[in-house]
Design a protein around this ligand. Sequence first.
Ligand code: LLP
Length: 417
Amino acid sequence: APQLQYRGDALFLEDVPLAELAREHGTPLFAYSKASMLAALAAYQRGFAGRKAKVHYALKANSSLAILQVFARAGCGFDIVSGGELERVLAAGAQGADIIFSGVGKTRREMKRALEAGIHCFNVESEPELEVLSAVAADMGLKAPVSLRVNPDVNPLTHPYISTGLKGSKFGIAHKDALRAYQRAAALPGLRVVGIDCHIGSQITQVSPYLDALDRMLDLVDTIEAAGIPIAHIDLGGGLGITYNAEQPPAADALWQRLLARLDARGYGDRQLMIEPGRSLVGNAGVCLTEVLYLKPGEQKNFCIIDAAMNDLPRPAMYEAFHQIVPLQASGGKPVTYDVVGPVCESGDWIGRDRKLAVQPGDTLAVLSAGAYCMSMASNYNTRGRATEVLVDGSTVHVIREREDVADQLRKEKLLP
Ligand code: LLP
C-alpha cells in the first residue's frame, strides 16, 4: 500500500516512522493508517457510483471503536453479528438505520435490543430463527425487517475454514428451501420481508464465484417475486480478498463493475444493493510491530523469537495464514532463514515459517496485513495482555486502545472465600 513505504531505509506508515512508534508505545503494537482505510472504502464507492448502494462494514474484522468512527464518519453502514457489536457501533456514533445484523445464532435478547435500536434489517439464517424473531417483534408491537441469507452453493475457491456458501455449511438457508422460507416469513405477523443476502466466504481472489452467487440469487429473486413477495434489496455479503503475499484479488471497483453489468443484463439494475466487506477495508491498513527477543539456532531450524504471539496474531495458527514480516530498518547484515515464533507454549505459535531475515535481538519487525482478524480475534492466552493500538493520520498518532495490563485481566475474577 502507498501508505506503508520505506523512506530511505526506514519504514513509514503515512508520515510516521514506525521505529519511533515502537519506541514510544512499546511492542507488540498495532498501527493502522486512516488514509489506507478510506482509500479502500473509496474503491467500493467508486464502483457503486450513481447506484443505490450501501457498504456495510463487517466489523468482526476489526471492531476497535476509533476504526468504527472512521467508517461511520465516511458514511458507511455496519454488519454486526452480536449484541456486543451492536453496542460498539452505537458507541461509535452509528444510527440504527445504518446497521444490519447477520449470524446463525441470534438470541432473543439480542433481537430485542436490535429492534429497540431500529436496525435496518436482520439477515436471518433459518426458519426457526424466523419464528423466534417474529415472536419477539410481535411482543414489542413491531414488524422486524428481514432478509434471508441463502446458501448459493458455490465454491469461493478459498481456505475451507473460511468458505461459507457450500452445501455442507452451517450458514444460510439452502437454495431449494428458500422459497418456502420466504413464504413463511411473509406469513408471520412480526416480520416484513425487505431483502435477500448471501455470503460465500472470505479472502476470495477471483470474480467468478461472485458472479455465480449473484446468478443463483437472481434465480431465487425471480421465483420469490413471482410468488408475490417483493425483494427490495440484494446483499452480496463480504469476502473480497487482499494481498498478503502474491495474491491478486480484483479491485473493489472492478469487481463491482462486473457485478453491476450482470445485474443490469438480468434486469435488476434498479435494486438497492448492499455489501458487507470486512478484510478488504482494513486488512492492509494495519501492521503489528514486534521486538525480536532471542535468536535461537537449532539443528533443523533457526528460530527468531518475537514478543508478539498467536494470542495477538492468531491467523497463522488457525489457518496456516501467511503474513509478510519485514524489518523496520533495512539492514546490511547477511539474512538467515528463521521460523518466526512467539513466546506462547504451543507448537502452533508461529507467525512465519522459513523467512529470510537479517536481524539482531532488540530489532523491531513489522508483521504486515495485520489490520483484519488480528486484534478482533486476539485473546489473553498465557495471561498475555492485548496490545496497544494506534491510528496514524498523516503525521498525527492517536492511541486508540491502551495496552491491557494484568489488573484488567483479573478484574472479573473471584478468589474462593
Ligand atoms: N458478512 C458475513 C455474513 C460474514 O460472515 C463475514 C465474515 C463478512 C461479511 C466479512 O467477510 P470479509 O469481507 O472480511 O471476508 N477469521 C478469518 C475470516 C473469517 C470471516 C468470517 N466472516 C480470517 O482471519 O481469515
